[in-house]
Structure formats: structure tokens, C-alpha cells
Design a protein around this ligand. Structure first.
Ligand code: F3S
Length: 396
């Protein structure tokens, strides 16, 4: 791989041992993927934040980087942690876990990373420009930034995003290159997409069928920001899709029309979606309703508030969002309405990265296939339904 003189000097330690070590990691990765060179990246979004996944070994690695002088030179935000950093006791998070989690956040702050603790950084002002090279982890955020924003990233990991944050560089391969952003299959949507859950189901079906192949959707219809974040999160979960195009919806779809001839075609109908809903749905006794995977937007919190106003959710509704959106929703009065109805709204974390087993959970109901998929794989009983069905018992 070709390195500039400046990059060679960084590798030789001119910018400190942390930058040298982390650049070494990026160069090794680039060599595996036969990248010709490194490119500057404008922003990083770092995963591997929950103490549940990191454990002591992960924390020690981060501390080592910080002690060696690792400091972010580009904007870098953080994915969710394992608890609300203020309300962890109310979540039932064990004290020992909270201790470890606080250390993780402190070490990231020491390295100049913003402790945003959200998987939707694009909802709180971290919005990469169309065509920009970025280094993002968190599969749903990767899918959103590649597809909806038209930025360029691979599905990065915690260590590689930290390496890019500290060096300002990434290896040029994969979805950073034009030729790998072309679709591999045309998907004709015959299903009626009415709710965010329908888009989540569609993503889940497609991910399962296509694996990592880039889909080109026809017939997505009115696609709100919420439906697009749900679609991407689900297809990244069941398959590993990092980029999708939607005709008339996503910014690169127009230029992809030139590459559609001869592609395999696939159609998805209502029955395909219903089958996946049924697969993750069990008869539950007294589930906790979990919403906000990916983290809720302001519009979703407004909807939830409308549905629960005047009801009694009895502490059995947990909603997850970012601090930025929480603040806006608080000002708009939505948080107050949800809490008056016996719901809880937590920041910094989610149902998947929190230690829910230790918190005593065994049954959850959600509108998110990503959440349902992971919670089922953790051994919890799940139900998938629309927000309206979950909160009011009504349909649609
Ligand atoms: Fe976000 Fe957690 Fe879902 S990180 S996408 S809310 S699993």
C-alpha cells in the first residue's frame, strides 16, 4: 500500500506512539483488503462502548491507547453505552457494571471523543456530507450514513474507528470506492408499507435473502427518516447490508440506474413480512415494551406520547433515545406525558447493550426487528408489533 511521507512519519512515531500503533492497524487492514492507499476521513463514530461487550480486557485496551496519547483529530462520537449514565440505578443496573461503564466513558472523553452515546448521531447534528469519507461503526448508523446521506464508510469496528479518529485516516477499499456502491439485486416491493415496523420487516427479509449484496429498492413509497433508519438497521442485522439504494428516495439511486440492466430481480410481498413478524412473535404474559431501536427521533417520541397519554403503562414501557433528542422532547412536553403514563425514557443506552438478563428481563415486545433479533438470541421471549398495537392494543 502506498503511504505518503507524512503517513510514513506518523507510522515512525513522529506524532506519538498511539497514532503510530493505530495507523499500523489501519495499514494492516488495508493490506488485507488490497487497498492502494489511505484516505483522509472527516468524521468517526465509535462502537464498542458498552461495558457488557468490552469487559475489563476492552477497557484496558482503551486505557492503554489513552495513556499512549491517543487523541481524536476529527469529530468523533460514541455509540450507546450499557446504561443511562445518570439513571442507571432506576434501570436496575448492578453497581459493579456501572463502575466499569463510567471508566469506559471517562477514557473516551480523555481521548477527545464526544460522549454522545447514541446510535443515531445524525439526529443530533453529526451529519456527514454527501460523498464524504467517514469511519463509522454501528451497523444501523453505517447503513443510514451510506444510503440516506450518501457518505462513504465500511462497516468499521470499535478499534478501527478509534484508529481513524486518532489518525484522521482510513484504508481506501470497499464502500469507499464507486464500483462497490453499485447495486447487485433489484428489489420490487409489492408489500404495503404503512408503518415503521413494516420497513423494519422489509429490511429483515431482504438482509436474510441478500446477505451483504447492495439492494436497489423500487416502490419504497413515502419514506420518512424513521422508516429509513428502521429499514437499514434491520437489513444490517439479518444480513450485513451496509448500503441500499431506494428509487426516488436515496441520493445515489439516480446514478445507479445505469447499472440495473441484467441484475437479478426479487419481489417482496405482505406475506414475506408477515412470516418474519410471526417468527419473532410468541404469546407473552407480561412483557416490557421496548421502543427506540435505533434510538428514537423526536417524531417517534411525539407519537409515543400521543398513544400513551391518559393510559397507565405501569412501568412496562421503556423508550430509548439520545440526550440531544431527549432534551428537545422534554421541551416539547413529550417526556412528561410518557412518564405521567408510567413509561420510562432512558438516554445513552438501549435494550440490546444494557445487561438486561442481570436486570431480570425475560419477555419483551418491540416494533424493531433489530431489537427483536438480538433479544431473541439472548434467550428472551419476543413479540413484534407496530407502536400503535403495542401501546393501545389497536391495529396498524
Ligand atoms: Fe441502536 Fe441499540 Fe438498536 S445501538 S440500533 S438501539 S441495538
Amino acid at each position: 500500500m502506498h503511504l505518503t511521507n507524512e503517513q510514513e512519519r506518523m507510522l515512525d512515531g513522529e506524532e506519538g506512539p498511539a497514532a503510530a500503533k493505530l495507523l499500523e492497524l489501519l495499514v494492516a487492514l488495508g493490506e488485507v483488503f488490497e487497498a492502494e492507499r489511505l484516505v483522509p476521513v472527516e468524521s468517526a463514530h465509535i462502537s464498542g462502548v458498552s461495558y457488557k461487550n468490552l469487559g475489563e480486557a476492552g477497557l484496558e485496551w482503551l486505557e492503554e491507547q489513552a495513556d499512549l496519547g491517543a487523541r481524536a483529530r476529527i469529530r468523533a462520537t460514541l455509540n450507546p453505552a450499557g446504561m443511562d449514565m445518570d439513571l442507571w440505578r432506576e434501570m436496575g443496573v448492578p453497581e459493579e457494571f456501572a463502575k466499569g461503564q463510567r471508566k469506559v466513558i471517562e477514557v473516551f472523553e480523555r481521548m477527545g471523543v464526544e460522549p454522545t452515546c447514541t446510535c443515531t448521531p445524525y439526529l443530533i447534528g453529526h451529519v456527514p456530507k454527501f460523498g464524504s469519507q467517514i469511519a463509522w461503526a454501528e451497523s444501523s448508523a453505517v447503513c443510514f450514513s451510506n444510503s440516506v446521506l450518501g457518505a462513504r464508510t465500511n462497516r468499521e469496528s470499535g478499534p478501527t474507528t478509534l484508529a481513524s479518529a486518532v489518525t484522521g485516516l482510513a484504508a481506501l477499499y470497499g464502500y469507499r470506492l464507486d464500483e462497490n456502491r453499485r447495486p447487485g439485486v433489484v428489489v420490487d416491493i409489492e408489500a404495503e408499507l404503512k408503518t415503521t415496523m413494516d420497513y423494519s420487516a422489509l429490511g429483515y427479509v431482504i438482509g436474510k435473502k441478500l446477505g451483504k449484496t447492495v439492494p436497489y429498492f423500487r416502490g419504497l413509497g413515502r419514506s420518512s427518516l424513521e422508516s429509513m433508519k428502521a429499514l437499514g438497521a434491520a437489513c444490517a442485522t439479518s444480513g450485513g447490508i451496509a448500503l441500499w439504494h431506494g428509487e426516488g428516495v436515496t441520493p445515489e439511486a439516480g446514478q445507479m440506474k445505469a447499472f440495473l440492466d441484467g441484475l437479478e430481480r426479487l419481489s417482496v410481498g405482505d406475506a414475506d413480512l408477515a412470516e418474519e413478524v410471526a417468527r419473532l412473535t410468541r404469546p407473552l404474559r407480561d412483557p416490557i415494551i421496548v421502543l427506540g431501536c435505533p434510538h428514537s427521533s423526536l417524531a417517534e417520541l411525539a407519537d409515543i406520547a400521543t398513544f400513551v397519554e391518559g393510559r397507565d403503562m405501569g412501568g412496562k414501557l421503556w423508550v430509548f433515545t439520545s440526550r440531544g433528542v431527549y432534551e428537545e422532547a422534554g421541551e416539547a412536553g413529550y417526556i412528561g406525558v410518557i412518564e405521567n403514563a408510567g413509561g420510562r425514557v432512558f438516554r445513552d443506552t438501549c435494550m440490546v447493550v444494557a445487561p438486561v438478563k442481570e436486570m431480570g428481563w425475560d419477555e419483551v415486545a418491540t416494533n424493531s426487528f433489530k431489537a427483536g433479533h438480538y433479544m431473541a438470541s439472548m434467550g428472551l421471549e419476543t413479540r413484534i408489533a407496530t407502536i400503535r398495537e403495542l401501546l393501545t392494543g389497536g391495529s396498524g
